[in-house]
Design a binder for this molecule. Structure first.
Ligand code: SF4
Ligand code: SF4
Length: 117
């Protein structure tokens, strides 16, 4: 499995938080913080925009480190990703992400058509 794929199938390599982190780009950190604050309705500061990736050892955003239910669940289950989880096809947590993101489905080797929707 590509090490940049998060447990949920999103690609951390294309995430602006990771790009800002690895490039030490404070201007991008500010942009990401402002956008994510607006999208999520909570204050996210530029200092929080430090993340090398969901399944990569190193710094994470506070959300990805400890609040993301998917990451915590996958760590508890010790699965490589949600794609390797026996509950994946009936998991409302991961399908909140996957239902609108075909790329993430493909990254995990899952297919919404198999849900019968
Ligand atoms: S784990 Fe980090 S790099 Fe991956 S999507 Fe979340 S914030 Fe972005
Ligand atoms: S139960 Fe859901 S969130 Fe947890 S590891 Fe399985 S697919 Fe991922």
């Amino acid at each position: 499995m590509n090490r940049y794929f998060a447990y949920c199938g999103l690609n951390c390599e294309t995430c602006d938080a990771r790009i800002a982190t690895v490039n030490h780009d404070d201007n991008l950190r500010k942009k990401v913080a402002a956008l994510w604050s607006e999208l999520n309705g909570v204050e996210i500061t530029p200092e929080m925009i430090n993340c090398v990736g969901c399944r990569i050892d190193g710094v994470k955003t506070p959300f990805c480190e400890s609040l993301c239910r998917i990451r915590q669940c996958a760590l508890e289950k010790s699965v490589e990703t949600c794609g390797a989880c026996s509950d994946a096809m009936v998991c409302e947590k991961v399908w909140m992400i996957l239902k609108n993101n075909k790329d993430a489905q493909v990254n995990l080797g899952l297919n919404i058509a198999e849900l019968g929707e």
